[in-house]
Design a binder for this molecule. Structure first.
Ligand SMILES: Cc1cc2nc3c(=O)[nH]c(=O)nc-3n(C[C@H](O)[C@H](O)[C@H](O)COP(=O)(O)OP(=O)(O)OC[C@H]3O[C@@H](n4cnc5c(N)ncnc54)[C@H](O)[C@@H]3O)c2cc1C
Length: 640
């Protein structure tokens, strides 16, 4: 292949290299043959001895490659050991030729991009290489792939400024991998590529209600890039019944922030899934007391308390332990009864055991003892199975619900895809052009999906007069748990005999919230929350008023009995005469609103909807269910 004597070749190569370098720096058109002669210190005669014109110089590079291919093509098949080695020989010879002139090749490649004539010559060479290869490798795709890889290796070698890369070695390494792929008989399937988000219009979601449920649903949905949304809240603040506010250094919750069985609670799932961060403190179980007649005794929250309680005799304790164990093992008969009342009626237990059952359900479900007897047997079995297996039966979220709601709000806002519209109550909803149009006082907005995250009673009111109203009729008669809330912030700790005292005679209780959550009070202060269960069947308004006054009196007596001097230490006081604790009492005559309702295109969540647990847990769990449902329907990324 080296057809000249080395000294001649060297002189010729020097002319070529110098000429190409000049072409590169000054431009091919601006360099004359005289410039090349001057730069190479040769004579005109010598130059024209080697080349007819300056084009000859650059064409020389391609001509040599072509000659190699020609020679390779002529090789007799008897000398071909294997197809692969034969083809490898060609590419290695081509590489060997190029690697003799590293600088020259670098210039040549760049020049080809600038000069049409050279560019064409290069393409012709490439076509010739393909043609020659296909005589041995008829599969055009494979032949083209070999050429592409070869060109890539050469280009990479050219880009190596030092010019010291071993081109032939690179060919050997890369080609051995290439052949491994070409040898496989597996048909080439479609290319697997990480999907790129197709620019589908985002799904627009409205969440009506900024309580625990609405905030939770919006927080989950805000993680999905294909969803945009608005959270509507009619009041000036978020939190709903879990709203928290500061007064004179005290943090007051509208609804308390006790979490039952936190280790098995949906809030713990939210904590992990939404990346929330909060701590909680366990209520001192030994200081949770029941008061019956004039006797104060530990509430039977666990076996230790059960042994200590004076509400039951030894035999009754044995009986109650048996019931708890059966619930834990999921074999308690109660799950086969329509209600707790039906079970107790059939039970041969003593009245004290029955009363204890009633009272336990009443405290955990926040309902009157009469209503406790109406709670479905399956609900009781599930709830206590969970709670008795929990190692942390009652906890307070340190810093109150605000610690949760603030993080949910921040998450929603951080997404940049959600608007939180405060003081914007939704007043009407209609279906138009395949969208749901929501109407507030100030605007009308269209959405693809609508989540109702508010008490059932308010949902029904909002859908009155629409085509969907009839489907909500079964839930119209649902009744709520209502209580009187009597919060007092005291400037000093007047007494701390218990964390919780429940007056079984009058069906009211006081929690010393600050005995567990000390963050809620100023230094040395005490926060007590009194709650009295209410019933609401009154003949007239006057009767109702008298009843509420009577309940207030009973509450104050309970304070007097256990927190003497409390009135003199009051720094903050708030009495809500009728607060809705659970928007639907979980009793047999009520039906929780399903998250989806046949013939109604909306989603429902909140503590009046189906979900795990009671109270706030049901608000959280139903909201999570709804969000997961919608997330499945969100525009999915498509292959593009
Ligand atoms: C005194 C009390 C003590 C409690 N103690 C506990 C406890 O210790 N542990 C526990 O787990 N739970 C407790 N709860 C219950 C808990 O507070 C509730 O279960 C929970 O806050 C319900 O949340 P939600 O989002 O379902 O409903 P809500 O908090 O009622 O939220 C609904 C929101 O929707 C808004 N809204 C309604 N209509 C519209 C409209 N048309 N347009 C826009 N916005 C609208 C409302 O303003 C509200 O903010 C207590 C409740 C009370 C009242």
């Amino acid at each position: 292949m080296n057809l000249m004597r080395p000294s001649t070749r060297k002189k010729r190569d020097l002319v070529i290299e110098t000429a190409l370098s000049l072409f590169m720096h000054k431009g091919y058109e601006s360099v004359s043959v005289d410039d090349i002669i001057a730069a190479t210190h040769t004579s005109k005669g010598t130059f024209y001895h080697y080349f007819k014109s300056k084009e000859d110089i650059v064409a020389e590079v391609g001509d040599r490659q072509r000659a190699i291919i020609e020679q390779w093509s002529k090789r007799s098949p008897t000398h071909v050991q294997s197809l692969e080695s034969h083809i490898n020989r060609l590419f290695l010879d081509l590489a060997s030729n190029l690697s003799t002139y590293p600088r020259l090749i670098r210039s040549f490649n760049a020049l080809c991009l600038q000069n049409d004539k050279l560019n064409r010559k290069q393409r012709d060479l490439s076509d010739y290489l393909l043609y020659a290869l296909q005589r041995w490798l008829p599969n055009r795709h494979k032949a083209e792939l070999l050429i592409s890889v070869y060109n890539g290796i050469v280009l990479k070698w050219c880009l190596n400024e030092d010019g010291d890369g071993d081109l032939e070695q690179s060919i050997r390494t890369e080609f051995s991998m290439l052949w491994a792929g070409l040898r496989t008989n597996e048909p080439a399937g479609p290319l697997s590529v990480t999907p790129k988000q197709k620019e589908d219009p985002p799904m627009k979601v409205a969440v009506i209600g900024g309580g625990l449920a609405g905030l939770t649903a919006a927080a989950y949905l805000s993680e999905e890039p294909g969803i945009e949304g608005v959270l509507f809240e009619r009041s000036p603040q978020l939190g709903g019944r879990a709203f928290t506010y500061e007064k004179a250094g005290f943090t007051l919750n509208y609804g308390a922030h006790a979490v039952y069985g936190i280790d098995r609670h949906k809030l713990t799932t939210l904590e992990k899934e939404l990346g929330l961060s909060f701590s909680s403190k366990q209520v001192d179980k030994r200081k949770v007391m029941y008061e019956k007649h004039d006797q104060v005794t530990p509430a039977p929250l666990d076996f230790v308390n059960l042994m200590k309680t004076e509400l039951l005799s030894t035999m009754q304790k044995v009986r109650f332990v048996g019931e708890i164990t059966a619930i834990m093992a999921n074999i308690h008969q109660i799950k086969n009864y329509r209600t707790l009342g039906d079970f107790l009626a059939d039970s041969n237990a003593d009245e004290d055991v029955k009363e204890l059952w009633e009272h336990l359900v009443c405290s955990n479900f926040f309902i009157t003892p009469e209503d406790a007897r109406r709670v479905p047997g399956t609900v009781i079995a599930d709830y206590y199975h969970n709670l008795f297996l929990s190692s942390r039966p009652v906890n307070y979220v340190l810093g109150s619900w605000a610690v949760i709601t603030n993080q949910l709000k921040e998450k929603i806002e951080m997404s940049g895809q959600w608007e939180i519209a405060l003081q914007e109550g939704i007043e009407g909803i209609r279906y138009e052009d395949r969208k749901f149009v929501l109407k507030s006082k100030s605007r009308e907005l269209s959405f693809d999906r609508v989540v109702f995250a508010m008490p059932v009673q308010q949902v029904i009111k909002l859908l009155k007069g629409t085509a969907w109203e009839p489907f909500l009729a079964p839930y119209e008669g649902n009744t709520a748990t209502e209580v009187m809330v009597y919060d007092v912030g005291l400037s000093r700790v007047v007494a701390r005999p218990f964390s919780y005292i429940s007056d079984m005679n009058n069906k009211l209780f006081i929690s010393d919230v600050s005995a567990t959550d000390y963050t809620l009070v100023p230094e040395g202060g005490q926060l007590l929350q009194g709650i009295a269960y209410l019933h609401d069947d009154f003949a007239n308004e006057e009767q109702r008023k008298q009843y509420l006054e009577q309940r207030t009196g009973q509450m104050e007596q309970l304070f007097d009995r256990h927190y003497p001097g409390w009135k003199d230490a009051i720094a903050v006081k708030r009495v809500s005469k009728k607060a809705m604790v659970a928007s639907v009492k979980n009793i047999a005559s009520n039906s929780l609103l399903p998250n989806r309702l046949e013939n109604v295109p909306f989603y429902f969540c909140g503590d009046g909807c189906t979900g795990k647990g009671e109270l706030a847990e049901r608000a959280f769990s139903s909201a999570r269910n709804v969000a997961k449902h919608i997330l499945k329907e969100a525009p999915q990324p498509a292959f593009v």
